[in-house]
Design a protein around this ligand. Structure first.
Ligand code: SAM
Length: 261
């Protein structure tokens, strides 16, 4: 891979080293994702914009180049290990990233699968504005949506409209289920990227999921390439309509998570 050439093209003062580019390339490959030189270049640009955003807006707590590459870029690509992406018609899917923050996993997914119709949603407007500006600079079509999932899930414009909801590091499984399932079409999928995932959270999550019209599929456990941190990929299929009373008012899903025995 021409890592040096790509590093040379990074915005001044925010360069991604050749070593970091190799890490990105190999980390993605370890997940079965092959990034073209053009896609690697988009990651270089993303790195520069994220650095600027981090300084100006306190967008991310990750500081070292290695952490950004592995814990944001490569980790986000881990969502592509879900079985649903193997379906042939995946390119035209409407995907919502719930709680996107500075654009994760939305931006890495949009770079690696540009045909996806990606919406990056967050409760914090300035984060959504950052993701929109960044996507535009990367030449990606990513729609920004600011609002709380509890409100959007009761809004007919968004309820039942998405084929896939992806989400990373946002809430516990019972809470995610209540926030995400109302937004999905029947037949759609929730893909939640989690770190450590305890059995008690899975058990409560499974009860919440069945109340909401979902079916929990086997959890795929793995480790983040090069770092070895535990990862759990949760996949939920929406098999029935979500009862109209869900999601409850903003804050209630967190305060009183569903699925308590
Ligand atoms: C810890 S950050 C994770 C950001 C990103 N997904 C990542 O992995 O870097 C959680 C994000 O979820 C958003 N969030 C939390 N609850 C939300 C809700 N109910 N509706 C919309 N966004 C929410 C927060 O504003 C925050 O940006």
């Amino acid at each position: 891979m021409p890592a040096d050439a790509l590093a040379d093209s990074a915005p001044s003062g925010t360069e991604l080293s050749g070593e970091a580019l190799d890490l990105l390339h190999e980390g993605a490959q370890a997940l079965g994702v092959s990034l073209s030189p053009a896609q690697l270049k988009q990651f270089v640009t993303l790195y520069g914009l994220l650095r600027q955003g981090a300084t100006q807006m306190n967008l991310t707590a990750l500081h070292s180049e290695r952490d950004v590459v592995l814990k944001h870029f490569v980790d986000s690509l881990g969502a592509l290990q879900a079985t649903l992406w193997k379906e042939p018609e995946r390119s035209s899917l409407q995907v919502l990233d719930l709680g996107t923050g500075a654009g994760f996993p939305a931006l890495p997914l949009a770079i690696s699968c540009p045909a996806l119709k990606m919406t990056a949603m967050d409760a914090t407007q300035k984060k959504v504005a950052f993701v929109e500006r960044t996507a535009e600079a990367l030449g990606l079509t990513v729609r920004g949506l600011s609002g709380r999932a509890e409100d959007l899930g009761q809004d007919p414009i968004h309820r039942g409209r998405y084929d896939v909801v992806v989400t990373r590091a946002v809430a516990s499984l019972p809470v995610l289920a209540e926030l995400a399932l109302p937004l999905l079409k029947e037949g759609g999928w929730l893909i939640a990227q989690k770190g450590q995932l305890e059995d008690a959270e899975v058990a409560q999550g499974e009860r919440a999921i069945s109340l909401l019209g979902g079916e929990l599929h086997p959890i795929q456990r793995s480790h983040l390439p090069f770092l070895g941190d535990a990862r759990a990929l949760v996949q939920v299929h929406k098999v029935a309509p979500t009862p109209a009373k869900y999601p409850r008012r903003p804050g209630i899903p967190n305060k009183r998570p569903l699925g308590n025995e």
